[in-house]
Design a protein around this ligand. Structure first.
Ligand code: UDP
Length: 241
């Protein structure tokens, strides 16, 4: 992000990939593709594809790590070596450690951890293809996977990105926009509570721009929420037939 370049991100009022400024990439969601997991989901934002698998609540081992009065949530964000053009070195690094942590903190507020003392919910997030906004795509996948696993939750957590490219404010940054834009924002919220659980920003914005971007992110999150509810309902209505 923020590298000066001659790359044109907006041409004739449209983004390089043909999108309007406030348009998200095509979104696809699917639940239940990892059979061994208690719940799983695949979420695609354009060419960014994230799969999440949730296990638990299950007994936390070793026992000395258990909390007597509540459960814990563990998350692991990982980018597959083949997810980017130049092979990503396998294994964890500073970035994936940070993302695993912020994703856990974004999800934690919706979970009734007091309902499963001494236990853990483990959520693994694998980025299969990376083209910008992987952390927020991963949060959506994780939240759906947890809901599908039957983890006690008040609501889903929905997430999206927004930013500034070629001087314009836009929704859902792709990789090039993230790399060559002026600012990018990662955002997650609990729709039913209107509560923000992730807010990260890279780059420079005026106060007014930030306020506009936060509103744009909220609108995007609402659309994502509707899609998530629909995919969950479809899955479980079918199961009840
Ligand atoms: N990226 C990459 N290799 C890396 C890390 C990131 O190619 O090792 C790309 C990828 O497309 C990613 C984007 O850079 O989506 C932006 O990464 P950032 O750290 O801003 O997080 P994200 O936007 O994916 O949440």
């Amino acid at each position: 992000m923020g590298h000066k370049s001659d790359k044109k991100l907006i041409v004739n009022g449209k983004r390089a990939d043909g999108r309007e400024l406030d348009q998200m990439r095509p979104i696809e969601m699917q639940i239940g593709l990892v059979n061994r997991a208690n719940g799983s989901a695949l979420v695609k934002f354009g060419d960014t594809h994230a799969i999440a698998a949730a296990y638990g609540p299950r007994e936390l081992m070793p026992r000395h790590k258990q909390e007597a009065d509540r459960g814990i949530i563990r998350t692991r964000y990982n980018m597959a070596p083949f997810s980017v053009d130049d092979r990503k070195a396998p294994g964890s690094d500073r970035r994936s450690t940070e993302l695993s942590k912020v994703i856990r903190l974004a999800l934690h507020p919706v979970v009734f951890v007091q309902d499963f003392p001494k236990a853990t919910v483990d959520v693994y997030i694998e980025i299969l293809q990376a083209d910008g906004s992987t952390r927020v795509t991963g949060i959506n996948a994780a939240s759906l996977a947890m809901a599908a696993a039957g983890v006690p939750m008040t609501d889903l957590v929905t997430a999206c990105s927004a930013g500034k490219i070629d001087g314009k404010l836009v929704s859902d940054l792709n990789g090039i926009e993230d790399n060559f834009g002026e600012a990018d924002l990662g955002y997650a919220m609990i729709p039913s509570k209107n509560m923000v659980t992730l807010l990260q920003m890279d780059g420079a914005l005026t106060k007014e721009e930030l306020v506009t971007l936060l509103n744009m992110a909220k609108e995007s999150c609402k659309k994502i929420y509707e899609m998530e509810m629909k995919v969950l309902k479809e899955k479980y209505e079918k199961a009840l037939e």
